[in-house]
Design a binder for this molecule. Structure first.
Ligand SMILES: [Zn+2]
Length: 332
């Protein structure tokens, strides 16, 4: 009997992941641009780097140039037809309906062999404060196979005006495999309270927080505290800059949060040989650095990567501020 229940549960857990995979298979048969771009991934080169004991992967991926170099200024965004709105999707694009409000789409410009965009049905702005709940829900439903990403409207989203998440196969981003490494052996960077565990991500080239729990309400509360505190030290009237990666495994969420201070590093705007076309988002903060230009892939050095992370991650001072907010709220 117990075995039976367990089986039913597993089947249920895999439901959305399998439906998404099926959609991808269908789209590869009916949409040649998408098929070509996924086939092209086989030829995409990657290189592993170790910087101060931290694993980084760099990927040279030409199809990402559109997203990496997207003009996300208000003026441009307001003028262009939104490419995530149902009416503007390519004729070949098919969608999987997720609940009342979302559609799961195959991303035609992939970084991963399985890469989806989960878009809200309405044209409403990218906003994590109001939609973190949905993010947890979707990452749970897709968690059998996929991780979910969120990019803030000012730090990586190429459609800041249309709420969306991305999903990709789990355990490809280096940070997802580094959880044990993130926790110091003396546990000085960990706090625990009521089934919630918070790890301060330090000494990792970029700052961040890892929230782990099997309780959605605990995560919602911790996130609320985080975003409210971050708002205090961010530009008024704008969402604080944040990238998020959420995984669901063994009935538990793992949520990586990267507070940012800058969208693009100075190398993006440099001219000639000094230019590196890079636009860090959740994937890059997770340790997979996407470089659309081959010349950048060839010339980028460990010191450039360290420098780029240090420019775009939150300052040490602000990180300490956010850390102290968690400590004050949770440490007994
Ligand atoms: Zn839209």
């Amino acid at each position: 009997m117990i075995l039976n229940n367990h089986k039913e549960k597993s089947a249920d857990l895999s439901l959305w992941a399998l439906a998404a995979q099926k959609l991808m298979e269908e789209q590869k048969q009916t949409w040649s641009l998408l098929k070509n771009n996924y086939d092209g991934l086989a030829g995409v080169v990657v290189r592993d780097l170790e910087i101060d004991g931290i694993n980084i992967v760099i990927q040279n991926n030409p199809v990402r140039i559109i997203s990496t170099s997207a003009d996300v200024s208000d003026a441009t965004i307001n003028k262009r037809p939104c490419f995530l709105c149902l009416n503007n999707l390519p004729a070949e694009q098919k969608a999987l309906e997720y609940g009342k409000h979302y559609l799961i789409l195959c991303n035609p410009y992939p970084i991963f062999e399985e890469h989806f965009t989960i878009v809200h049905k309405k044209h409403i702005p990218q906003n994590i404060t109001a939609n973190f709940d949905d993010m947890l829900d979707i990452s749970e439903k897709l968690g059998f196979r996929f991780s979910l990403f969120y990019n803030g409207p000012r730090c990586g989203a190429s459609a800041p005006d249309h709420l969306h998440f991305q999903a990709a196969s789990k355990r490809i981003l280096p940070i997802e495999n580094d959880v044990l490494q993130l926790k110091k052996s003396d546990e000085k960077n960990i706090i625990r309270s009521d089934g919630l565990e918070i790890t301060f991500i330090e000494e990792y080239l970029r700052f961040g927080f890892l929230l782990e729990s099997d309780s959605k309400s605990e995560l919602l509360q911790a996130f609320k505290l985080f975003i409210r505190s971050f708002k205090n030290i961010s530009k008024p009237d704008e969402e604080p800059m944040v990238n998020i990666i959420s995984l669901f495994e063994k009935e538990r969420w793992q949520v990586f949060i990267f507070p940012r201070r800058l969208h693009r590093p100075k190398q993006y705007f440099a001219k000639g040989e000094n230019q590196i076309v890079i636009s860090p988002a959740a994937v890059d903060m997770g340790g997979l650095i996407v470089l659309p230009r081959q010349e950048d892939y060839e010339k980028i050095k460990s010191t450039d990567i360290t420098d780029i992370y240090s420019q775009v991650t939150i300052t040490k001072e602000y990180f300490e501020y956010l850390k102290n907010k968690f400590v004050a709220a949770y440490k007994a």
